[in-house]
Design a protein around this ligand. Sequence first.
Ligand code: MG
Length: 165
Amino acid sequence: MTDGFRVGLGFDFHPFDQDRRLMLGGVRIPHPEGLRGHSDADALLHAVTDALLGAAGLRDIGAWFPDTDPAHRDSSSLIFLEKAYELVRGRGFAVVNLDITVLAEAPRIQPHVEAMKVSLARVLAVETGRIGLKATTMEGCGPIGRREGIAVQAVVLLARSGGDR
Ligand code: MG
């Protein structure tokens, strides 16, 4: 049996906050509201970070970057993704591909997909063709449908890269 591949799943939700800027995938998205959270509340990067950590058996984003740490207040979540991927590579794994779904009634995500892919590809050192990124609404139902926040799902596949374990 091969031990060469690991799959990881990430999910995150943050509520809207009128006093925040909206950051998704490391990209500033023009919108009247941002997301509430200790860091920049980038739900997309949090979901991808959790998928990476989960695939490598490295617990979760809250364990490595606790929201009780003042150092993380308002910080860019790109830092979490970078550090998490360092940990994953330290375990001898590299990203094969990832797939992401944003659940949001607003704003429209499509105009920003390419910029988000470039942002992720830079940190993960993969070509953008290995990143799937799509969005769906909740057809007006539930908290997301009522525009109370944004949720993101991410799945990632890692392969053994021959690094130190
Ligand atoms: Mg989060």
